[in-house]
Design a protein around this ligand. Structure first.
Ligand SMILES: [Cu+2]
Length: 479
């Protein structure tokens, strides 16, 4: 019998394709990395900020938006044209800005040649607006999604979720930001406006002819921020709020400043933390969000500082983004010692266990996703404790083989109670909807199901894994 090390060797050599989710488990299969890699020079592009989408119309209680999914040609590596899949022609998609308590309605038209489904990650929505894998928008048709925004301020994102296709669709460009604000957050003296900047970070493989190729993560050495390969950003010598997203289909990031300067974390997936946290390095799995405040005055005008990925591939340079401090800046902003009060930690009365495996298939508790099978049944208002295990063998794996999982629940935020038997540490603070599971790790999380009844999902947010079936169905019954 082949042991794990043999399997890994075979995979590195290009064999054992069926064992790897990004090499054959998606509906269409994944092309091998064929073409020659594009050569690129870092810091050749100014970093753009995704544009804010204007509503097509407004009512007394709602903002209505139209978005068209279509292919577009964009420049990711300087001088090359890449064909991508977009929301509204933008790569990444345009940002939707919502206010807590005010409804957003988005009519999505599919002008692509593949099925799509739009999931708003981090949102509390009715099941029929959740973008379930089988609720697809066929090419040539449209669907209208209703988002009540009855939730606190947070950095969400919308992205594709069509069954077997989500990894490739998200990789090809179907993702955009959705930011909810609320009065409590607006009252805080945090950096705002032009000093509140999202960084959508993701890997890619751009070939010499410009082709953006969906392939296994170890063949994707390009790193994009807001759609451009390793850009630079001109900033003022003052504080900025940076909203970091790991939008990689299949990779984790270990972000740090090259000179070791710490970040001040203020928010995670579900919005503000109770108090700011100093963090030297930010480990982010696919789907996770971390918000930080960085004070560029500590370096000063005329200086530069590089944001690095300590989790870069051996074939990849670590630099992700260079900040150039080019001007002075008045700075009335502050990071208060107390940011918010979180709801109490749910006291679970139901306990469940979940095991995530990669071999011999992408499974949760031994099963791949079946939309007709109910894996978990609960009721609105029930508080639960879930123990989730990454049962990958704790062998030292080659650096290009990422046996991390990224566990995501739809409909609810959860709190991380424990990691590997110890109380949750800095990286697990706040309201979360996606949690990192390193090889062999176990986390315990607590959530209260609701407020809506209906069919929802939990899954791995390494999207090659969810596309391969590492996903379960939870039916929430009315109380
Ligand atoms: Cu996974």
């Amino acid at each position: 019998m082949l042991n794990r090390r043999h399997l890994l060797k075979a995979a590195v050599a290009g064999g054992a394709a069926a064992l790897f989710p990004w090499e054959g488990l998606s509906g269409t299969g994944v092309a091998a990395a064929g073409g020659e890699l594009a050569q690129s020079t870092p810091f050749a592009h100014a970093m753009p900020v995704p544009r804010t989408l204007a509503p097509a119309s407004t009512t007394a209680t709602a903002d209505l938006y139209d978005l068209r999914m279509r292919e577009a040609d964009v420049e990711i590596v300087k001088g090359l044209t890449s064909r991508v899949r977009t929301y509204g022609g933008a790569f990444p998609g345009p940002t939707i800005k919502a206010s807590s308590g005010r409804e957003v309605v988005v009519r999505q038209y599919n002008d692509l040649t593949v099925d799509t489904a739009v999931h708003l990650h981090g949102a509390h929505v009715l099941s029929e607006h959740d973008g379930l894998p089988m609720d697809v928008i066929a090419p040539g048709s449209s669907r209208t999604y209703h988002y009540p925004n009855a939730q606190r301020a947070a950095s969400l994102w919308y992205h594709d979720h069509a069954h077997h296709l989500e990894a490739e669709n998200v990789y090809m460009g179907l993702h955009g930001l959705y930011l909810i604000s609320d009065p409590e957050e607006r009252k805080l003296p945090l950096p705002r406006g032009a000093y509140d900047v999202p960084l959508v970070i993701r890997d890619a493989r751009i070939e010499a002819d410009g082709t953006l190729r969906y392939t296994r993560p170890s063949d994707c050495p390009h790193m994009l921020v807001n759609g451009k390969e390793r850009p630079y950003a001109k900033v003022a010598a003052r504080k900025y709020r940076l909203r970091l997203y790991n939008a990689c289909a299949n990779r984790y990031l270990r972000l740090r400043f090259a000179d070791g300067t710490p970040f001040t974390q203020i928010a995670s997936d579900g919005g503000l933390l109770e108090q700011p946290l100093e963090r030297d390095e930010l480990l982010m799995l696919g789907g996770e969000r971390i918000e930080v405040v960085v004070d560029f005055s500590r370096w000063g005008e005329g200086r530069s500082v590089v944001l690095e990925n300590a989790g870069a591939l051996p074939t990849e340079r670590p630099e992700v983004l260079r900040f150039d401090i080019t001007r002075a800046g008045a700075d009335p902003s502050q990071v208060p010692a107390r940011l918010t009060t979180l709801p109490p930690v749910p006291q679970g009365t139901v306990e469940r266990e979940f095991e995530l495996r990669t071999f011999p298939a992408m499974t949760i508790n031994g099963l791949t996703y079946d939309p007709d099978r109910v894996d978990v049944e609960t009721t609105v208002g029930t508080s639960e404790i879930w123990t989730i295990r990454n049962v990958e063998a704790p062998l030292a794996a080659p650096p290009d083989f990422h046996v991390y999982h990224s566990f995501h629940t739809h409909l609810v935020y959860f709190r991380v109670l424990e990691r590997n038997g110890r109380p949750a540490g800095a990286r697990d603070q706040g309201l979360k909807d996606t949690v990192c599971l390193g090889p062999g790790e176990t986390v315990k999380i607590a959530m209260t199901w609701g407020p809506y009844a209906g069919q929802y999902l939990y899954h791995c947010h390494q999207l090659g894994h969810s596309s391969g079936g590492q996903m379960g169905r939870i039916d929430v019954r009315a109380a």
